[in-house]
Design a binder for this molecule. Structure first.
Ligand code: MN
Length: 201
């Protein structure tokens, strides 16, 4: 299998002004593509491994030969996380549906969810992601470092925010909290609700 860059699904300026066109272009066509290229390079001499999907690689890290395992964590994770990220972004979608009911039950209120998720994103030291996941059928907020993916720990991601500087620095520079605040304008709640309902089946 050769790993490929999935379509972005919208134009580079679709999330303006919250994520600027230039950031989107570089993030998708350079960073995401870069993870795809490095993943292909990592599995080049590993025929068995190269027949596995990205999801299977990340869910079965113990089966990966030690010499390429870190490259799979980094670049397979980079491919998976970004492929997950783009479809959960859409401007001005109302937060509603079963997922919002479940967040109210778990966190007490939507505002409390927003606070805890934002804190997780703001306090992640260095590069990584904050996630809303399902763990054993329950909502939880977690952080992952670098390109580690929640699916490697048996978690089901529902929302992820990329807090690598490459995701926001051109527009926000050091103002990560402002990027996080604006992220709430571009969560595709319809998609997130679909992921939730699928995972609860
Ligand atoms: Mn990124």
């Amino acid at each position: 299998m050769t790993y490929t860059l999935p379509p972005l699904g919208y134009s580079y300026d679709a999330l303006e002004p919250y994520i600027d066109k230039e950031t989107m272009e570089v993030h998708y066509s350079k960073h995401h593509q870069g993870y795809v290229n490095k993943l292909n390079a990592a599995v080049e001499k590993e025929k068995k491994i190269s027949e596995m999907s990205v999801e299977d690689l990340l869910k079965n890290l113990k089966k990966i030969p030690a010499k390429i395992r870190q490259a799979i964590i980094n670049n397979g994770g980079g491919v998976y996380n970004h492929s997950f990220f783009w479809p959960i972004l859409k401007k001005n979608v109302e937060a509603k549906g079963e997922i919002v009911d479940e967040m109210n039950r778990t966190f007490g209120s939507f505002e409390e969810f927003k606070k805890q998720f934002s804190d997780a994103a703001a306090t992640l030291f260095g590069s990584g992601w904050a996630w809303l996941v399902l763990k054993d059928g329950k909502l939880e907020i977690v952080q992952t470092h670098n390109q580690e993916s929640p699916i490697s720990s048996g978690l089901v991601p529902l929302i992820g925010i990329d807090v690598w500087e490459h995701a926001y620095y051109l527009k926000y520079q050091n103002r990560r909290p402002e990027y996080i605040e604006n992220f709430f304008h571009i969560i595709n709640w319809e998609k997130v609700n679909e992921l939730f309902l699928e995972a609860k089946k």
